[in-house]
Ligand binder design. Sequence first.
Ligand code: SAM
Length: 367
Amino acid sequence: MDHSPLEAEIRVRIQKAGPMSVRQFMSYCLTHPDYGYYMTRDPLGRTGDFTTSPEISQVFGELIGLWAASAWHLMGQPENVRLVELGPGRGTMLLDALRAAQVVPKFRQAIVVHLVEASPVLRKRQEVSFGALDVPVMWHESFEDVPEGQVIVLANEFVDALPVNQAIKQFNGWYERTVEIDNAGSLAFGISDEQIPLFEQMLPPQVRDAPIGSIYEWRSEHLGLAIGQRVVSQHGAALIVDYGHAQSAVGETLQAVGGHAFANPLVSPGEVDLTAHVDFQALALAAERMGARTFGPVEQAQFLRNLGVEKRALALKAYVPREKGDEVDAGVQRLLGEGRGEMGRLFKAIAFADPKLGDLPGFEPVP
Ligand SMILES: C[S@@+](CC[C@H](N)C(=O)[O-])C[C@H]1O[C@@H](n2cnc3c(N)ncnc32)[C@H](O)[C@@H]1O
């Protein structure tokens, strides 16, 4: 049977070196330099595989722009600020944010945009989108490459695309979940031969007595540590919006999506999007270890309402033709709603800041 070039490469790797971790598999599928999902396409929008909040409504990016302006104010209105976006996709969120930021001209003038983007295809698209702007823009391979200086970091649906490890609990301990080739010659999930030493002791307390067969997912702490260190040492702030759970918990959330429908994560490597829920507790613990103050997580609906989403939608509707007004309503409903396919509850916002900054907006408790 013919396999895609990426599947063929994964198979050779497994045949030569044994089963690979779920993290390695996800990493191959998403960012393999030649065949990785993000490296070869623009997956966003109706004709792609999935749609994100900024692509659903311009109100999302505009509110994020006003949030960033408030953070800049709390930072003491520096003359130069690095507005960093991790995984900007088509750049839609930041373009909307920069437009909204025009109401605070000094903030707008202080901005240098730094985009952290792995995909050459999306980067080309961003070069076109940002080319006409009067704001300097730089691209980087990783967050660590963003030069020193005061930062405001933004990320929407970026962390869910970072690879996860999975461990599975057996009667005598936890084992890494792997991808292997089964007796029928298909890619299949497996379990490593060796137990992960001391795994139980490293787990959050609420996970330790999980039943046998439970799956626990975790990501490298690297990003949380780097963001925490950066906002504390350079008096900055970071806002991360994504889907996931507020508290660390067991459960398999790895999922594949292609053409707006769920798919089998092991079939068509590199041709479908792979994501896993963000563990907001783990992210916060890493950032706090570097001294950062955490705000939230709060549900996306609460965050956007706190920032005045309803008022902003009304103002937008006053400017657009009537039929467009219905689109504005439908978009905002999708961002705030709790029904199937709606993002108000599953998506959450979390922020990290230098503790000296004061209270960031958006995280006020529900009245
Ligand atoms: C799900 S898309 C989100 C796009 C955008 N933030 C939005 O909300 O529309 C994930 C983005 O992260 C980028 N990305 C994924 N993995 C990355 C990595 N390891 N390093 C840098 N960028 C990455 C993708 O190329 C893409 O731009």
